[in-house]
Design a protein around this ligand. Structure first.
Ligand code: ADP
Length: 218
């Protein structure tokens, strides 16, 4: 379903977010106080407008209250982030996501009503660290602080074994959700399906259990 977003702050984060949302078929009103950044987004965003988002009358003029989701990607300036978030929440936008530099900023933003706080630098650091420290891990998505959805190269030691033989659910508490093989994806693998070198596995499990599985099959 097509959604309407207002994205405030068109630095590296806000602009790549805007582009991704538009490419996914959504409408985005992109706002920044820097005219050059606004012009850079004018051919990408549905609308791009130069404005100071800490000014309540400006936000009202933009009809910010009509959007179902706002993203505040202001970056370094905590004061502007706080003010903008506060104003957007006062306008009853159901969901306001705010980018924060660190946990302390995040706590403040949550206290004043941010529905979601994201820490792109921290998260990318963790993600890259996980990828670099493992030979087989391709990518992962954090489902909760404990559980991850992980994409990994099938370890050589699994070659030729079926899901039943490997029994990773009973042994490690990890579920094999899908197997990608020669460009095809099997989204409901059966116990007798065999894993081959070159396959990609999609796993769900706790960080600890997935690490234990990785170590075993290194
Ligand atoms: P990134 O790390 O994503 O590049 P930046 O901190 O460089 O983030 O970008 C933040 C953007 O937010 C800047 O382009 C800046 O002009 C914009 N910005 C900061 N304060 C306001 C404000 N009050 N209203 C609108 N845009 C703002």
């Amino acid at each position: 379903m097509k959604k309407q977003f207002i994205v405030i702050g068109l630095g590296r984060f806000g602009s790549s977010l805007t582009k991704t949302l538009v490419e996914a078929g959504h409408e985005v009103l992109a706002v920044d106080k820097d005219i050059d950044l606004v012009q850079g987004m004018s051919s990408i965003a549905t609308h791009a407008i130069q404005a100071d988002a800490t000014d309540e009358s400006v936000l009202k003029e933009l009809g910010a209250g009509n959007f179902s989701h706002a993203v505040v990607a202001i970056g370094e300036n905590l004061q502007s982030s706080i003010l903008t978030t506060l104003l957007l929440k006062e306008m009853n936008i159901p969901k306001v996501t705010v980018k924060a530099k660190n946990i302390i900023y995040g706590k403040v933003l949550t206290k004043i009503g941010a529905d979601q706080v994201v820490y792109p630098e921290r998260d990318m650091g963790i993600r890259l660290g996980r990828q670099l420290s493992s030979d087989n891990l391709i990518d992962y998505i954090e489902l909760s602080p404990i559980y991850n959805l992980v994409e990994m190269n099938a370890p050589a030691a699994m070659n030729g074994y079926s899901i039943y033989d490997l029994d990773v659910r009973a042994k490690y508490g990890v579920n094999i959700m899908a197997i990608k093989s020669n460009g095809e994806i099997n989204i409901s693998p059966r116990a007798e399906d065999k894993i081959q070198t070159g396959d990609t596995l999609l796993l769900i499990g706790s960080n600890e259990d997935i690490s234990a599985l990785e170590r075993k099959y290194e």
